[in-house]
Design a protein around this ligand. Sequence first.
Ligand code: COA
Length: 341
Amino acid sequence: MHAIPKTRILGTGSYAPARVVPNAELEGVVDTSDEWIATRTGIRRRHFAAEGEATSDMAAEACRRALSAAGLNAADVDLIIVATVTPDSPIPSCAVLVQKKLGASEIPAFDIAAACAGFIYGITIADQFIATGAARCVLVVGVELLSRAVNWTDRTTCVLFGDGAGAVVLGPASMKRTGEPDREPALAPGILSSCIFTDGSLAGALRIPAGGSARPADDEVLRTRQNKVHMDGQDVFRTAVKQLTASSTQALKASGLTSRELDWVVPHQANLRIISQVSQRLGFPLEKMVLNLEEYGNTSSASIPIALDEAVRDGRIVAGHHVLMCALGAGISWGAAVVRI
Ligand code: COA
């Protein structure tokens, strides 16, 4: 039997900065090639924020678009959760700035830092608030401005990432959008299951080593770029294939669905080779995986909500579809969720 959802997606929205940077442009920055990046990762382009454009600007725009899709406005929102590891500044949180930019009322707003798994963490937290009645309408936005967080002399990382934001408006499963037809209770839309994990013993695999309280930024930190992203790509790769498969299987089981009942998988967009291996292990065809890393690169916590929004807007994902989402990133933290649209 399918699980009974408490929380549903009422609208999706996303935003990518206007500047598109093809792989070829990076050939002039580090010793790399379009061919290496495309064949090793599947990435061909990414978007970079304009000078003066901040993480909170991108997040607020994605939220406006999600609210508009839901037929709601900022006054309807009673909680904002921003998943990001690249906030405008440490204090205040990015969520505070998003609240201000949306003109929302005195509602709680906070950030969560679960890197690429941030969106799955965000909807899992929102689901708890809504299920307990503590909140009714929650904005969850995944947003990253990684072009300012990578080491532009390290070719093994700087070619992988992009900037962008994706948001969902969540509400009680019983809530209907204007004009939406009634559905049988057994087909009620919503989050059927979600699971989240962290393995801190792998904390060193993907990190920004300094610039925080343990080692504040000083001349040495800046000179050696210890305030930028460092990654052991192969460790992350291996763990991603293993844990994305395991958590997806767990979320699927908890949802009561079989993999045949799934219409789409929206995986975190880090590397096409990771996604292909997960697709094989899950026995789920690659053609049914929503892919956009060719266009955006890895936008960390923004990658799933951007891909979800695109697939909803272009009509691939429609009402009644069952969608599995899965992500893994720094922590190492990961998770998966199954949603009926
Ligand atoms: N351009 C050209 N060559 C590059 C390069 C680049 N941008 N980056 C690395 N190389 C070189 C390496 O220096 C190495 O050269 P060598 O054999 O002379 O030493 C060679 O390519 C192979 O490097 P390797 O690290 O073994 O490549 P890989 O196949 O493991 O791919 C990643 C590297 C980063 C693409 C891959 O490990 C990966 O995607 N890991 C997961 C990363 C990820 O998803 N992170 C985010 C999680 S949210």
